[in-house]
Write a protein that binds this ligand. Structure first.
Ligand code: PEP
Length: 255
């Protein structure tokens, strides 16, 4: 992390876990543990938990995010949620392009880009996820994959809008598998992402972007991963569902 240049952010991605009552209980456990954090702390929760989560975190330093949003303002999109709906209830962040959305729900770079632009236009801060499959890493095309995702997912995003974008580097082979990228692997790709941003925008704009690592980050490996210059935080799945583990990662990012 380079806190002089950019904000450190630890975000939980709860995925399809926790009912509204359970969400309140978990956030009531998390908030006192992270109240002195020297980093941004976010919980990205299922849609039906958002209202309860916003209520449970009112007056605390924990921000709430959604796990997706649609690009249209309204219309015939059964099952989808618009950016306006999220904004109105007080959501600040939204995870976009998570590999599970890409893998199981047909998300493409084009739809991730549409969602990203809609989120920014509505004043939401997107956490845009990119990452290579194991097969792509083995074929030595990680950089090509990441460069393509960054270029397409951020297509038409202005330099001004980029200030509100968070990138999460999540190697797909490390998500929910217990297999963490080594800190050197994480640093290498996060630095590559920053170099791509510098090419697409400029060095100052790139230096200001928070680039998180995600993929089995936990209380045991967070210190090492976050010690790297270009790893500015974490997007945390499994460990974000256990208050003490999540708080320990926040503590690591607060150093
Ligand atoms: C994620 O869901 O973004 C994630 C990184 O999950 P996990 O921490 O469980 O690997």
């Amino acid at each position: 992390m380079d806190k002089a240049k950019r904000k450190a952010i630890i975000a939980g991605n709860w995925k399809m876990n926790k009912t509204p009552k359970e969400a309140t209980a978990l956030l009531n456990a998390i908030t006192p543990l992270v109240k002195d954090a020297d980093c941004e702390v976010i919980a990205c929760v299922p849609y039906v938990d958002l209202a309860a989560a916003i209520e449970a975190t009112a007056g605390t330093n924990v921000k709430i995010g959604a796990e997706n949003c649609h690009w249209a303002e309204s219309g015939a999109f059964t099952g989808e949620i618009s950016t306006g709906m999220l904004k109105e209830i007080g959501v600040e962040y939204v995870v976009l392009g998570h590999s599970e959305r890409r893998q199981y729900f047909g998300e493409t770079d084009e739809t991730v880009n549409k969602r990203t632009k809609a989120a920014l236009a509505a004043g939401l801060k997107p956490i845009v996820c990119v990452g290579e499959l194991l097969w792509e890493r083995e074929c030595d095309i990680t950089e090509e994959v990441i460069a393509r995702q960054i270029k397409l997912d951020l297509w038409d995003v202005t330099e001004e809008e980029l200030k509100n974008v968070v990138i999460a580097y999540e190697p797909v082979w490390a998500i929910g598998t217990g297999k963490t990228a080594t800190s050197d692997q994480a640093e290498e790709v996060c630095a590559f992402i920053r170099a791509q941003l510098a090419k697409l925008y400029n060095q100052d704009a790139a230096d200001a972007v928070t680039i998180q690592y995600g993929g089995s980050m936990n209380d045991g490996n967070a210190d090492e991963l976050l010690s790297k210059t270009n790893v500015d935080g974490g997007l945390i799945g499994g460990a974000s569902l256990v208050a003490e583990k999540f708080a320990a990662i926040v503590k690591a990012a607060s150093k």
